[in-house]
Design a protein around this ligand. Structure first.
Ligand SMILES: [Zn+2]
Length: 260
């Protein structure tokens, strides 16, 4: 029974995530229009065409009215959200709520970063500030109020400072070498926030978490870059135009630590 509720919650939140991903960076309202509409023909999407996963498959990823293709990201979000909610399961209810909240925000950040970095309206991928603020507040509220652990509360702040400074220095070094910005401010704040969301009780564990996140995200980043370079060259585009959304890579590093 519990797992059915978790899956349903994941499906609903996954579906809502696509609304947020496509509305927040463009300054659209989250609540209006209440019913989603087709981005092309503006026709309202009926409730029976808005059932997570099923509707996308039945309509073969197209709008019922104008036949325009609906981005695959809608389907991906509706599938991965419930899967991640199941994978993150923990019998400690508060910790479980904390973990799925963190991962949900990371999903929003990652997909917003991907969608905006593919959109020419934006110079590079963007991370809405509100998500970063929530990601910093969540671990502070969790350790401060739920777990009431003052020492760990201070460690959380130290973790943020360490992650932030490390990526700040790395980004400054790369700016000198590459003579261009390779990382956004959002990515730098994101690493600080992500570190706070992992479990650690001393400096050694903090260092270990930080190293693991950096290793996982570097591997993901390099693989993404190679795939993009291949596809850019195939299309005859300049490889200098490649903009790697780094937030999904950092998020995967964090996800790894939350699931194990
Ligand atoms: Zn349409």
């Amino acid at each position: 029974m519990e797992s059915i509720i978790i899956i349903l919650l994941g499906l609903i939140l996954g579906s809502f995530a696509s609304v947020l991903v496509y509305r927040v960076p463009y300054g659209g309202s989250i609540l209006t229009p209440v019913r989603s509409e087709c981005p092309k023909c503006r026709s309202k999407i009926s409730f029976y065409d808005n059932i997570p996963v099923l509707s996308y498959i039945m309509l073969r990823g197209r709008c019922r009215k104008c036949n325009v293709k609906i981005p695959i990201i809608y389907l991906v979000l509706e599938i991965i959200t419930p899967i991640l909610f199941i994978l993150l399961y923990s019998p400690d209810t508060y910790y479980y709520i904390f973990k799925i909240s963190v991962v949900y925000i990371l999903i929003l950040i990652s997909f917003t970063d991907i969608v905006t970095s593919l959109d020419d309206k934006f110079k590079s991928g963007m991370i809405p500030e509100i998500y970063l603020i929530l990601l910093i507040l969540l671990p502070l509220l969790y350790t401060g109020f739920v777990k009431q652990n003052e020492l760990n509360f201070l460690y959380k702040l130290a973790g943020f400072a360490t992650g932030f400074l490390l990526l700040y220095l790395l980004s400054a070094t790369m700016r000198v070498i590459l003579k261009r910005d390779s990382m956004g401010d959002g990515d730098i704040i994101l690493l600080g926030a992500i570190i706070m969301c992992t479990k650690y009780y001393n400096a050694t564990e903090l260092t270990l978490n930080l190293s693991l996140i950096l290793i996982v995200s570097s591997i993901v980043g390099i693989v993404t870059w190679l795939v993009m370079r291949y596809s850019f060259k195939k299309q005859g585009l300049s490889v200098n135009e490649i903009r790697i959304p780094f937030a999904p890579a950092l998020s995967l590093g964090c996800l790894y630590l939350l699931v194990i």
